[in-house]
Ligand binder design. Structure first.
Ligand SMILES: C[S@@+](CC[C@H](N)C(=O)[O-])C[C@H]1O[C@@H](n2cnc3c(N)ncnc32)[C@H](O)[C@@H]1O
Length: 238
């Protein structure tokens, strides 16, 4: 990846573990329960990172998923840790699969990293079967008026790509999906903040170690946006 990628850092791994996101598998389980996928379905894990979800879906729920990610480094770990599962290089903006293939797409803390959200949503719609379900967990700005100040920070972390959730809802619907569920999990961010300070001493120390987001103004801009966390489930309608 060309930009500074926090997810490839050992500090991020230490903080979050094999799942490079908030909520571990608890939110994945909620998604599985709501989406009613079966072992006959093929799923796509968009931005699979180290492959933890692909493996978990297989071993715990008997669900078949393939993972794509633009990071060669994370894909190498995914393949090494999960030799029985399938992982491919790819990005949300150009999904390397044919139309109407997947019954479900999971995007766990990855949509906020897309460089072109419109293209990514169009791609997810294209590769999904009609009535397929799109499961998203990610960060958002509870104070979207302050998002402008975040745009100057090129750091590759979902915090850089915080959403205006209302705007995202509009974008998801414009792409052809019907939103069936949105739930707030901002409490998980507070827990992570406490854990980060406990392990690294301060947020500043953590951001410095992960590669540069300590750049002047980043943390102030972040605080102003009031980061939150959500789960969304949307269905493809034709
Ligand atoms: C927060 S991590 C989440 C990884 C994984 N979903 C998990 O929950 O463990 C974000 C992931 O998105 C990937 N990513 C970054 N840009 C992407 C893009 N344009 N399309 C798909 N994935 C992307 C990163 O390489 C990273 O693996």
């Amino acid at each position: 990846m060309s930009r500074n990628c926090a997810y490839e850092s050992s500090e991020m791994n230490k903080l979050l573990g094999e799942t490079l996101r908030l909520g571990g598998f608890d939110l994945t389980d909620k998604g599985v329960a709501c989406c009613h996928w079966t072992s006959a379905d093929l799923l796509l894990d968009l931005g699979c990172g180290q492959g933890a979800t692909v493996s978990y879906l297989d071993k715990t729920h008997g669900l078949k998923a393939v993972g794509i990610d633009p990071s060669q480094k994370l894909l190498a770990t995914a393949r090494k840790n999960n030799p029985d599962n399938t992982f491919q290089i790819g990005s949300g903006e150009a999904i390397p699969f044919p139309d109407d293939l997947f019954q479900g797409v999971l995007s766990e803390c990855t949509l906020s990293l897309m460089t072109d959200m419109t293209a990514a949503l169009k791609e997810v719609y294209r590769v999904m079967k009609n009535n397929g379900t799109f499961f998203i967990t990610d960060v958002y700005a509870r104070n979207p008026e302050s998002l402008e100040a975040m745009k100057v920070h090129q750091f590759e972390s979902c915090m850089r790509g915080l959403y205006d959730l209302k705007q995202l809802e509009d974008d998801v619907e414009s792409a052809g999906f019907e939103i069936i569920l949105i739930e707030d999990y901002s409490e998980l961010l507070k827990q992570l903040l406490v854990k980060t300070i406990f392990e690294f001493g301060s947020m500043n120390a953590f951001w410095q170690k992960t590669g540069g987001a300590c750049a002047a103004g980043f943390q102030d801009a972040l605080k102003m946006c009031k980061p939150g966390y959500y789960m969304m489930i949307a269905r493809k309608v034709e």
